[in-house]
Ligand binder design. Sequence first.
Ligand code: SF4
Length: 338
Amino acid sequence: MRPFSYIRPTTAEEAVNAFADAEAGARFIAGGTTLYDLMKLNIERPTHLIDVTAIGGLATIDTSGDRLRFGALAPMSAVAADPVVAGDYPVLAEALWKAASQQLRNMATVGGNLLQRTRCMYFRNGVDGVYPCNKREPGSGCAAIGGLDRGQAVLGASGSCNAVSPGDWPVALTAMDASVEIVGPAGQRRVPIAELYRLPGDTPHIEFSLAPGELITVIEVPRETLEAGTARGSTYHKIRDRESYAFALASAAVVLEIEDDQVIRARIALGGVATRPWRATEAEAVLAGQRLTPERAIEAGRAAFRTAQPGRHNRFKLELGARTVADALLIAAERSRS
Ligand code: SF4
């Protein structure tokens, strides 16, 4: 048992100040579904826990304006069940429903879920020097490179780390061009979701573009209006070893705008295959202005993996990922017709 202090401030300002006042080792905590897990594994060793769950106004779900606004403390299950989200934005609702178990979705917050850490087995099981891991111990090496890499990334990896970004919700938000509002010691700022996640490069232990003491307060999703005659369909398609309570081997979030059977705009993001939520711009380019046929869908899926670099055991992700994208495109297209 490692001792730590615990406080529960009631405003974001108090929380940020408490973080600044603490010595190194402070952590914000909300639902705790990741942090407690990592504390039990001895990977996270906080000396101060700042519980943000008593901060007022951060669990609000507001779908009334021209932007969907989700307070960072809103439970994943509540956002998934919101009638506007479930009815008009299936890509968001499905990404939440397909994550974890109902018990975890009731506890976990939509803000905390953005900062979930990797499931790389060497990261989670290699404490106390059993396996080297640059993410856990910078400069120690990477046991996954050249090791058992079936679950590792084929996109965005570096010579220091090929761990997969584990989330579903961040992938859907990437396809929706979402952003987050952040408060911190330097004040308030807004960050596009795509910029929240860093590639591993030489510093895989720095996973997010958050400065120390910065706290995500709101997730915002643009609520774009459609041109007359244009229809939208979306989905989050997730392939895993078992149908429930498992992380993605490959997933695709797709938002399609279609007019007269032609794709006006496609937004595609990938999960389970990359070191961060991965926007598949090559696949999007294949579809622009084209009719969506099954052949075009698989062509787009393959384009998404053109720059992939598989390891020894995860080459299957290239074809699995391409087919996941293709299936998601056809599901989204079908929904745009209904
Ligand atoms: Fe650690 Fe990344 Fe290597 Fe996994 S892939 S062992 S997280 S450095």
